[in-house]
Design a protein around this ligand. Structure first.
Ligand code: GDP
Length: 197
């Protein structure tokens, strides 16, 4: 099915065993400000979809969206942004435990979309996340954001550097722009493939 993902907010959970049962699940992670909300809205072509993940009380929860398309029993989970500098260390540690427990313990996960700011390149936290997923042999796909913020003449090099910083082949990175709609269709295809019945 082409076109926007038909995502509907279901619930927010503070631990993996409070998430609704599903057959297949895609998680979305990235540091704060990477462009995660903008991208979720672009995938669904709905301006307010990811708003729910930013409402007070939900920013530290696993926000769960059902993919409401025929034949699919699938969900997408928007994980709290990591590396939010203003949070006290103790709070950061408890988010990390929650997200780690989820990413390692959720058997239904078919991929973890790791968002990396394409205008900034991988930060040490992004590198840590990818190395950690590799170490635990968890499935993931790297998505670079903000394609429109990088000058056309430097994009090839930026993509090579971004991939190299994560020890990946550039072909393994999908570089999107939520603002301009670049490669949003490609990412929709990827999500649908990962959630295929
Ligand atoms: P989140 O914290 O990861 O949910 O990030 P947001 O979606 O709130 O975006 C953070 C900032 O990046 C905002 O100022 C957005 O307007 C900006 N942003 C997000 N996506 C894009 C994009 O594709 N292009 C550009 N130029 N800016 C973007």
């Amino acid at each position: 099915m082409p076109g926007p993902l038909r995502l509907e907010f279901v619930t927010s959970a503070d631990r993996l065993d409070r998430l609704p049962p599903t057959r297949a699940e895609v998680a979305v992670v990235g540091r704060s400000n990477v462009g995660k909300s903008s991208l979720l809205n672009a995938l669904a072509n709905r301006t307010g979809l990811a708003h729910v993940s930013k409402t007070p009380g939900r920013t530290r929860l696993l926000n769960c969206f059902r993919l409401d398309e025929d034949g699919r029993d699938a969900t997408l989970v928007d994980c709290p942004g990591y590396g939010y500098a203003k949070a006290p260390a103790q709070m950061r540690a408890s988010w990390a435990r929650m997200i780690e427990g989820y990413l390692l313990g959720r058997d239904e996960l078919t991929t973890i979309l790791v968002l990396v700011d394409g205008a900034v390149g991988p930060t040490p936290l992004d590198v840590q996340m990818v190395e950690w997923l590799d170490h635990h042999e968890r499935p993931y796909d790297v998505v670079a954001t903000k394609h429109d913020k990088v000058k056309a003449s430097t994009r090839d090099r930026r993509k090579r550097d971004l991939a190299a910083g994560l020890d990946l082949d550039p072909r393994e990175v999908t570089w999107v722009s939520a603002a301009k709609g670049v490669n949003v269709d490609r990412l929709r295809d990827l999500v649908r493939t990962r959630l295929a019945p």
